[in-house]
Design a protein around this ligand. Structure first.
Ligand SMILES: C[S@@+](CC[C@H](N)C(=O)[O-])C[C@H]1O[C@@H](n2cnc3c(N)ncnc32)[C@H](O)[C@@H]1O
Length: 337
């Protein structure tokens, strides 16, 4: 483990230990809200978004302790490598799919950019600019700090933003936009068109949107009790609020004017990496219990880890049954003018 990862884990623990009672309660309430949603309660998107922001405010610190600073699980492209290196392979593939003509002068948009680490890597690879927005100010603060620490503030631009609002960027200002497990899990079918139209608006003609996103596979059947039962357990753990089919997302993108170039399942599964992380969390729980006992960590941390583990198991079962995919790939192109 290198120094950066040790420092990140330590900072995550420190932030968890000092989190305000208000934020902590909001996070617990958010998880209960997600569970009620899965229990069938009808909810408004604005309330879902509020819950997502409250939940991620705590979760991003908790997961950073376990080397999950980029809040997504990639496909296991290379069995000999761990989560982080497989994330890099995933991001390289994403960039390739954007098919940039002039990478060094490019400006990309990262939708739901988390702590800005994917944006950072893409800017490093292209030599160009990347902007990103996220609903959670805590993650944006971290993204801005890291850009400053690495002298990248002239090429990385982060701000708060919500997928459900018009995007706060000029029309035809980007040479590509992308998302990694950050957009479609937060949309109801009837809301997809607004988002697709905004993506179309901000892209220059002839450029692309590419993603690696959680979507149901076409084999998922809402009327199958086994599918529905697994979905109910894993969805709150993914911190997602909705589950879309790729066909619905692609149809919305097409209605907005995009041409779909790719819509396909991930080439490799994510569950082996989920299992590795689950085992790591399991191993570390003894230490967490001790830290809770001596009151360094609040008692709900272990409870949250328990929920993450149960949800993780359900996810593995769902992915093995090929009913859902964490890294479904879509590449869509805005036609040249
Ligand atoms: C699974 S994480 C992935 C984050 C990031 N792409 C990464 O890999 O580090 C999902 C992200 O979506 C963000 N998010 C959720 N709902 C959002 C919304 N309505 N608008 C903007 N960001 C949102 C969350 O705050 C979180 O950072």
């Amino acid at each position: 483990m290198n120094w950066y990862r040790i420092k990140t884990s330590f900072t995550g623990l420190k932030r968890l230990a000092t989190i305000s009672a208000e934020d902590k309660q909001a996070c617990i309430d958010a998880y209960k809200f997600f569970q009620r949603m899965q229990g069938g309660e009808k909810t408004e998107t604005a309330d879902e978004t509020k819950a997502v922001a409250a939940y991620y405010k705590v979760l991003n610190n908790m997961l950073s302790v376990f080397d999950l600073e980029k809040l997504y699980i990639p496909p296991q492209y290379d069995d000999s490598k761990g989560l982080y290196d497989n994330q890099l392979i995933c991001e390289q593939a994403l960039l390739k799919q954007l098919n940039l003509q002039n990478p060094e002068s490019s400006h990309l948009l990262d939708m739901g950019c988390g702590r800005g680490r994917i944006a950072h890597y893409l800017a490093t690879m292209t030599g160009g600019q990347v902007s990103g927005y996220n609903i959670d100010p805590n993650q944006i603060e971290n993204a801005i700090e890291w850009a400053a620490e690495t002298n990248m503030t002239d090429r990385l631009h982060f701000k708060e933003g919500n997928h459900h609002d018009p995007l706060d960027y000029d029309s035809e200002s980007f040479d590509g936009c992308f998302s990694v497990q950050a957009v479609w899990p937060f949309f109801k079918t009837e809301e997809l068109d607004d988002c697709a139209r905004e993506m179309y608006r901000i892209l220059k003609p002839g450029t692309r949107y590419a993603c690696s996103e959680y979507l149901l596979s076409p084999y998922f059947d809402w009327n199958n009790p086994e599918h529905a039962a697994l979905h109910k357990i894993y969805l709150p753990t993914l911190a997602a609020t909705q589950s879309m089919y790729p066909a619905d997302v692609c149809a919305a993108l097409e209605r907005a004017g995009f041409k779909i170039l790719v819509s396909e399942p991930s080439q490799r599964p994510a569950w082996p990496i989920c299992e590795q992380k689950r085992n790591l969390i399991f191993g570390i729980r003894k230490v967490i219990r001790f830290l809770e006992k001596v009151r360094i960590l609040p008692p709900w941390v272990e409870e949250s880890l328990e929920l993450l583990q149960t949800g993780g198991e359900a996810w593995t079962d769902a992915e093995k049954a090929k009913i859902a995919d964490l890294n479904w790939r879509i590449v869509a192109e805005k036609p040249a003018a």
